[in-house]
Unconditional design. Structure first.
Length: 337
């Protein structure tokens, strides 16, 4: 297979390392607009323009450039009928999301599109979600997720601080929003978000560095997600899932399940929350030949995740409770418009 890689920063290098190990990929084309190639990358793999998208028949395109550039290459990949693996977020606003949805539904695109949300491959979370699906937690009435970024310099001095309207929700909190949707197996109906920028008030970073979103679900369940980029803390994901029969907590003390009211709990032996940044990429490559119906189901999950996350950002921007739009499942057409 031939693979193209957009972006050669710290995240892009993770993609590259995987493709170099996987013997199925015979040729790697690499492009970075800002020429920030890692020194470990051989010169033969560097392309200082993205003409390979037109000249080469790629099997897969990895998109790992800055957030604001994701949609441009997603649309190019759809037009060229290429499997697309995109770093989160898939895009940065509703105009881009609607454009992606429109061209997917009106195109001859029959490939797989997925975002790199690494917690999906977490052994701990897959174990707990399986228990929830089996009814062992009873009815889930509250989900709490805290995205503790703990890397202040990256938004003050890095590319995130230079992006127009960088969103801590789309750039971080979306990981926990994604898990929340997997736990409830339903989409929320509305969201209210508040935020502040007290931590970065002294810097040139213009957007909120902290956001808290409260989601309401059709059955009355509540989800709370915080995107905390300015915290004095190690990089961490804190997750709490409350059911009528059991409670799951993951924090600095590790994963554990409470089954009664006597403060006794079962520690889960798996200590790591996720199994490496390339864990979902491995799964993606294995899945590129699944049926078209399964591909559409996965793509719709990506589209509606973005709608749920973007609604939280809109609520923050507009200081309003936002109703959440859920996109309907599409069928691929024969002609590309």
């Amino acid at each position: 297979m031939k693979v193209g890689l957009i972006g050669a920063g710290n995240v892009g290098i993770e993609h590259l390392n995987y493709y170099k190990k996987d013997k199925r990929f015979k040729k790697i084309f690499l492009f970075d607009k800002y020429k920030i190639f890692n020194k470990k990358i051989p010169k033969t793999e560097k392309n200082f323009n993205d003409r390979f998208l037109l000249s080469e028949k790629l099997d897969l395109l990895s998109i790992a450039n800055y957030d604001s550039g994701h949609c441009y290459y997603v649309l190019k990949g759809i037009k060229k009928n290429i499997n697309l693996f995109v770093e989160k977020p898939l895009c940065i606003n509703f105009d881009e999301l609607k454009k992606i949805y429109y061209f997917l539904s009106k195109s001859k695109y029959k490939k797989l599109l997925m975002s790199n949300l690494v917690l999906r491959e977490s052994s701990v979370l897959k174990y707990v979600i399986k228990m929830i699906c089996n009814g062992e937690f009873g009815e889930i009435y509250y989900f709490e997720g805290d995205y503790l970024y703990g890397r202040l310099n990256k938004i003050i001095k890095g590319w995130r601080g230079k992006e127009k309207k960088y969103s801590v929700i789309l750039g971080g909190g979306i990981h926990l929003i994604d898990i929340m949707l997997s736990v409830f197996k339903k989409y929320p109906t509305k969201v209210k978000t508040s935020g502040n920028k007290i931590v970065t008030n002294f810097s040139k970073f213009k957007e909120k560095d902290f956001a808290i979103s409260i989601y309401e679900f059709p059955n009355g369940a509540i989800g709370k997600i915080t995107s905390n980029f300015g915290c004095v803390h190690k990089h961490q994901h804190v997750i709490k899932i409350f059911g009528t029969k059991k409670t799951f907590i993951y924090d600095d003390n590790g994963p554990r399940i409470y089954s009664n009211k006597k403060n006794k709990f079962q520690k889960i032996k798996i200590s790591k929350l996720y199994d490496g940044k390339d864990s979902l990429l491995k799964k993606f490559v294995k899945m590129i030949n699944i049926s078209n119906s399964k591909k559409i189901k996965i793509i719709m999950k990506e589209i509606n995740l973005m709608s749920v996350a973007m609604s939280a950002q809109l609520s923050l921007d507009q200081k309003l409770i936002k109703k959440i739009k859920i996109f309907k499942k599409f069928r691929w057409k024969k002609m590309f418009l």
